[in-house]
Design a protein around this ligand. Structure first.
Ligand code: DHB
Ligand code: FE
Length: 281
């Protein structure tokens, strides 16, 4: 059966793509953020995942405010990105892992999750930038399965629901008849708010507590209501739900988890830039 080898968590701010394209990753502003990644690159180089399940939120590229699935899964054999209006260069298309996509879709529906299955899907900065941070040459050595969570439009799924969704994904991956190694990545956050009266809101104390919880008590955030979580981390910081889904998948394996690396730096653009690597025993 397939095996989940760990979790990578990272912020996904579009300006990261600008810094990469302009060769500014070692400039004073960007260095503290990009310096968080060499240990992750070393790790993926050693463990060599075959597939990445990328849990993120779509920012209006596939789903706009008129049609917003709570949970959506890609089931395509290729995923391209497109001009999102941020001026980030387009990446090479990602090869899909269709067999895992359909296995996930079938298992999740059987477990009573009413997902949307997307046989055509574009991927945005929340998928492409984390992949480029792990594989800077952008010659993707892995296949992907994109999983989109609605962190954008109320009503949002609760943290508890997201964690359970992740656990169901984890059970499905580890019941996939394949010998492939699967990395589950969660992108977005941590605290930030891009609009309204609280634009610029950051919450370092909460972010650190959340990162600590992912190692010590992964269901910690599920005990807080979704509105209180939004109050704590901001209307876009709630992208941490993507991290919780990914962490739920690792939790479902029942195996011990080791934190191998983390980095936290405020701010990148308007966001608390955070990176974390958990390895499954
Ligand atoms: C920013 C952060 C995001 O998560 C995003 O999707 C877009 C922009 C920012 O801080 O600029
Ligand atoms: Fe975002």
């Amino acid at each position: 059966m397939a095996r989940i080898i760990g979790n990578v968590f990272t912020s996904h701010v579009p300006a990261i793509g600008g810094a990469i394209a302009k060769g500014r990753t070692q400039d004073g502003y960007w260095k503290p953020f990009f310096d968080g990644f060499p240990p992750l690159r070393h790790w993926v180089g050693e463990v060599k995942p075959d597939v990445v399940v990328v849990v993120y939120n779509d920012h209006g590229l596939n789903f706009f405010l008129d049609k917003m699935p709570t949970f959506a899964i890609g089931a395509a054999d290729s995923y391209s990105n497109a001009d999102e209006g941020w001026g980030i260069p387009q990446t090479k298309p990602f090869q899909g892992e269709l067999d895992l996509s359909w296995h996930l879709v079938e298992q999740l529906v059987a477990e009573e999750f009413d997902i949307v299955t997307c046989q055509e899907m574009l991927v945005d900065h929340a998928c492409t930038l984390p992949m480029a941070l792990l594989w800077p040459e952008q010659d993707w050595p892995v296949k992907i399965v994109p999983v989109c969570i609605n962190t954008v439009l109320f009503p949002l799924p609760t943290a508890a629901r997201c964690f359970k969704f992740g656990q169901a994904i984890g059970r499905a991956i580890e019941s996939w008849a394949s010998d492939q190694k699967v990395l589950v990545m969660g992108t977005g956050g941590l605290s930030h708010q891009l609009e309204g009266e609280r634009a610029g809101h950051l919450n370092k104390a909460f972010d650190i507590q959340f990162m600590d919880s992912l190692t010590a008590d992964p269901a910690w955030a599920t005990r807080t209501s979704i509105n209180d979580l939004v109050k704590a981390v901001g209307t876009q910081g709630i992208e941490l739900l993507n991290w919780l889904v990914a962490r739920g998948a690792l939790d479902a394996t029942g195996r011990p988890v080791r934190e191998l690396h983390r980095s936290y730096h405020i701010p990148i653009s308007n966001t608390a830039g955070a990176v974390m690597l958990l390895e499954s025993a």
